[in-house]
Design a protein around this ligand. Structure first.
Ligand code: GCU
Length: 461
């Protein structure tokens, strides 16, 4: 009898703990019955809803980079690539005064630029955002490239007591050298993968990035952005954006997926601060393509990230919006990609023009100053021109004055360098590798660049 009671008690406790971990305490469950379920719209419907809110009748057509027989091909002719050659000056205040001191930058100009990116480009992070509770769900010893590591599997559960109908569990793994005697630097990747922290392949000829990171004595982390926010328009009433909006569609200046993914990266950094194996002052962030965009947004907004490795981020990342080369603003404003951005961004694909954008990508990079950022891209012959290597290089040049104002070194040149040249002397770095749509071949260069900062902690403070 006693053991029966004990057994029932135990079962109750296990169930209660599980429910708690899922963030659905029983009283929420009752409340949930009275809540409106998340609004369900297709990406097209939600996109049209934003156009209506913005009074936009029609958007200019996007370009098709996939079908060579399309009538709306992208431009790859450099002589036509700069219809708006004058970029907004990162060092002139809205009232026309010139920024002449670091103090003016930090106190006056930087907040202006952030406000423009918030309102018009990436959207605002809501104020009522609930806390994240990180739980280690498993710990696994592994051998990676001959080095013993400890891998932690983590789930960051976002408190959803305010709207239990949306559940957000951020997926993260952290792998650090097993024999480390002190906290180590960590490079975190925003990953397209399935959350498996490391997989070796038989055809691999060179150490993959995780092995290269470990060879420096550092650790690596893998964050799954789609566990924070789905990568599509129909998911905008779910995920962290939907949770904060209690299942309602976005306002025109609400955050898009890029900002949400970047927010999740910052929450991972919060966790690292409390993990003894990580030196949270030396955490770098890396991503490719849409996750390269998210990585530069994370770097720009969260000054705690020490270094960024920004792979082929293209339009919406470090490519200048004012460039007509490869992907353009109109693509980002279309129903396949608009969810990355704030609703307000649609305006710049009609009736407004790219030149009406109050800020451009060089200012996103400037927000990272004085911290080091490595701009990575592949070969135009192999990767193609869609991501616009030169447009990203030009953003690097355009951010230079801000880095110099803060006493740092810029790219060191305004001339686009031959493929394979590593411009890594300053805090803005650039290298075009000979491969395709990957950061792969740039890892060794990036890591020796990062080592310069990570080997002497004083450099990054
Ligand atoms: C598409 C999109 C790009 C994006 C890329 C990716 O090509 O147009 O903007 O970077 O997908 O994320 O792979």
């Amino acid at each position: 009898m006693v053991s029966k009671i004990f057994q029932s008690l135990l079962i109750f406790l296990i169930m209660a703990t599980n429910t708690f971990l899922r963030g659905e305490n029983p009283s929420n469950q009752t409340t949930a019955d009275h809540l409106q379920p998340p609004v369900q719209l297709t990406a097209e419907q939600d996109h049209q809803r934003l156009m209506d809110l913005l009074n936009i009748k029609e958007l200019r057509p996007w370009v098709n980079g996939l079908d060579p027989n399309a009538t709306n091909l992208p431009n790859y002719d450099e002589s036509k690539a700069n219809p708006y050659p004058n970029l907004p000056d990162p060092l002139v205040l809205k009232d026309g005064r010139r920024v002449t001191t670091p103090e003016m930058w930090w106190k006056e100009r930087r907040p202006e630029i952030i406000e423009d990116f918030d309102r018009e480009i990436y959207g605002r992070v809501p104020e009522n955002i609930p806390p994240v509770n990180w739980v280690v769900t498993a710990i696994e010893p592994q051998t990676v490239g001959g080095i013993s590591v400890i891998t932690k599997y983590l789930v960051g559960h976002v408190d959803n007591s305010s709207y239990p109908l949306v559940n957000v569990d951020i997926q993260l793994t952290l792998s650090t050298p097993a024999n480390a005697t002190q906290p180590v630097p960590v490079i975190m990747e925003l990953s397209f993968g399935n959350g498996i922290p490391y997989e070796s392949t038989t055809y691999q000829t060179e150490p993959i990035w995780q092995e290269q990171v470990l060879a420096k004595g550092w650790g690596y982390a893998i964050l799954i952005p789609t566990s924070i926010q789905a990568d599509n328009g129909e998911g905008l009433t779910q995920g962290i954006i939907g949770l904060c909006n209690k299942g309602q569609p976005r306002k025109v200046d609400d955050w898009g997926a890029l900002r949400a993914w970047a927010w999740g990266a910052s929450r991972a950094l919060d966790y690292f601060k409390n993990d003894q194996s990580v030196d949270a002052k030396r955490v770098g962030i890396e991503g490719l393509s849409r996750y390269g965009k998210a990585a530069i947004v994370a770097m720009a907004y969260d000054e705690r990230f020490a270094i960024g490795f920004i792979g082929s981020s293209g339009e919406g990342g470090l490519k200048l919006h004012r460039r007509n080369f490869g992907e353009i603003v109109e693509n980002l404003a279309g129903s396949g990609e608009y969810h990355w951005m704030a609703g307000n961004f649609l305006k710049y694909a009609g009736p407004l023009t790219w030149d009406d954008l109050p800020v451009d990508a060089h200012e996103l990079l400037a927000l990272c100053a004085p911290r080091p950022v490595f701009i990575s891209v592949g070969s135009e012959q192999v990767e193609g021109g869609w991501v616009d290597a030169k447009g990203m290089f030009m953003a690097g040049v355009g951010a230079g004055p801000v880095y110099r104002l803060l006493g740092k070194k810029d790219l060191g040149t305004t001339e686009f360098p031959p493929q394979g040249t590593a411009l890594i002397e300053g805090e803005i770095a650039f290298r075009q590798h000979s491969g395709g749509h990957t950061t792969g071949p740039n890892w060794p260069t990036f890591l020796s660049y990062a080592e310069r900062y990570f080997s002497n902690q004083n450099n990054i403070e």
